[in-house]
Design a protein around this ligand. Structure first.
Ligand code: ATP
Ligand code: MG
Length: 300
C-alpha cells in the first residue's frame, strides 16, 4: 500500500487554481450550484460524492468540456476563461478521463507523444521520444515492460500509468484523474496511488475523483465533498474518518452552511485543539486569498 508523505500537513504551497461560485445546468438538471474548489501546487485534492453529485461535471468545467453558467476561475491568480480543451491545455490543466482514450493499436511511445510528436530534420525523432518516455516512466517509478508494445497488451494499471504519463508531456500544473482506480485490482490500485504520490512530489496539483474512501484517505491531502451539485464539506485527510466522509457524502452531515469553508478564510483548526467538539474531525481549512489578476482576453 502507498505511504503517506509525513510532510504533507501544513506545508505552505502556492495556490494554482481557484473556482468560485461555479454553476452549471443541463436543461432542467442543475448539475452544479455555487461550487467553490481550489488546488495548491504539490497537493492531492480528492473530490468525492455520490453518483450524480457533480464531480465529473466540475472537472469537465476545468477541462474546457463544459463552460460554466456562473462563477469564476482563477489560474495562477489570474481570472481565466476555459472555453475549450485547448484552453485548458494551454493553461496547464491536464485531465485523464475514465475511458483513458488511448490508441490500443499504437505503442506506449506513440501514445505518449500523439499530437505532440518530436520532429528532427522533418522526420519523427523516435529515439528522442523513446528516451524521454523511459525517463518519464522511470521518474514515475512506473512498471511498464516495454515501450514498444501496443498498449492493448498492457494491464489495466499499466494503461492507467500510460494515460497519466501522457498527461504529463506538456508539464501541466494541475493533473485531474477521474476515477483512475475504478477498474483496477488491489496491486494495480497501489501502483496508481504510488504514481499519484510521484505527481505530488513533482509539484503538480492533483485532483483525484474516487469512490474509495480508504484510497482517498491514504493518498489525499484534502478531501472536498460534493452532494447534489453543492459543496458539502471539506476535510484534512489526516484528520477525518471514513464514517464522517460517508455521512457528508450521503447527507447525514449537512455542511452546506456553517461548516463549509468556501473561500478558505476560516483558520485551520487542529483536531487536538477541538476534541471536545462532537464533530471534531470537521476541519475548516485555511487558504490564502489569491490576488486578483488580469482578466484573460477570451478563449484562444
Ligand atoms: N452532458 C450532460 N447532459 C445532461 N445531464 C448531464 C450531463 N452530464 C452530467 N449530467 C447530469 O449532471 C449531474 C451530475 O453528473 P456528474 O456526471 O457530474 O456526476 P458524478 O458526480 O461524476 O457521478 P458519478 O459518480 O456517477 O460519475 C447528473 O444528474 C447527471 O445526470
Ligand atoms: Mg463521474
Amino acid at each position: 500500500m502507498t505511504t503517506v508523505n509525513p510532510s504533507r500537513a501544513g506545508r505552505p504551497r502556492e495556490r494554482v487554481l481557484t473556482m468560485r461560485g461555479i454553476g452549471k445546468h443541463f436543461g432542467a438538471v442543475r448539475a452544479l450550484t455555487d461550487v467553490d474548489f481550489w488546488v495548491n501546487e504539490g497537493e492531492v485534492v480528492a473530490l468525492v460524492g455520490d453518483n450524480g453529485a457533480g464531480k465529473s461535471t466540475l472537472v469537465k468545467v476545468l477541462a474546457g468540456v463544459h463552460p460554466p453558467d456562473a462563477g469564476t476561475i482563477e489560474f495562477d491568480r489570474d481570472e481565466v476563461t476555459i472555453s475549450s480543451p485547448a484552453d485548458a491545455q494551454e493553461l496547464g490543466i491536464a485531465t485523464v478521463f475514465q475511458d483513458l482514450a488511448l490508441c490500443d493499436n499504437l505503442d506506449v511511445v506513440a501514445n505518449l507523444w500523439l499530437g505532440r510528436e518530436l520532429v528532427s530534420e522533418g522526420k519523427l525523432d523516435e529515439v528522442d521520444m523513446e528516451q524521454r518516455t523511459w525517463a518519464l516512466l522511470r521518474e514515475l517509478a512506473a512498471k511498464i515492460p516495454s515501450v514498444r508494445i501496443p498498449v492493448a497488451s498492457l494491464s489495466g494499471g499499466q494503461r492507467q500509468t500510460v494515460a497519466i504519463a501522457r498527461s504529463l508531456i506538456g508539464e501541466p500544473r494541475v493533473v485531474i484523474l477521474d476515477e483512475p482506480t475504478a477498474a483496477l485490482g488491489v496491486a494495480q490500485t497501489a501502483e496508481v496511488l504510488n504514481l499519484i504520490e510521484r505527481l505530488r512530489e513533482r509539484g503538480h496539483g492533483v485532483v483525484l475523483i474516487s469512490h474509495n474512501m480508504a484510497e482517498v484517505m491514504a493518498v489525499a491531502d484534502r478531501i472536498v465533498v460534493l452532494r447534489l451539485g453543492r459543496n458539502n464539506g471539506e476535510y484534512n485527510a489526516a484528520d477525518v474518518t471514513s464514517e464522517t466522509l460517508i455521512a457528508a457524502i450521503t447527507g447525514a452531515i449537512d455542511n452546506t452552511g456553517t461548516r463549509r469553508a468556501p473561500t478558505g478564510r476560516t483558520p485551520t483548526v487542529r483536531k487536538d485543539e477541538t476534541d471536545d467538539r462532537p464533530d471534531a474531525d470537521v476541519i475548516p481549512l485555511t487558504s490564502r486569498e489569491p490576488r486578483r489578476g488580469r482578466r484573460r482576453g477570451g478563449a484562444s
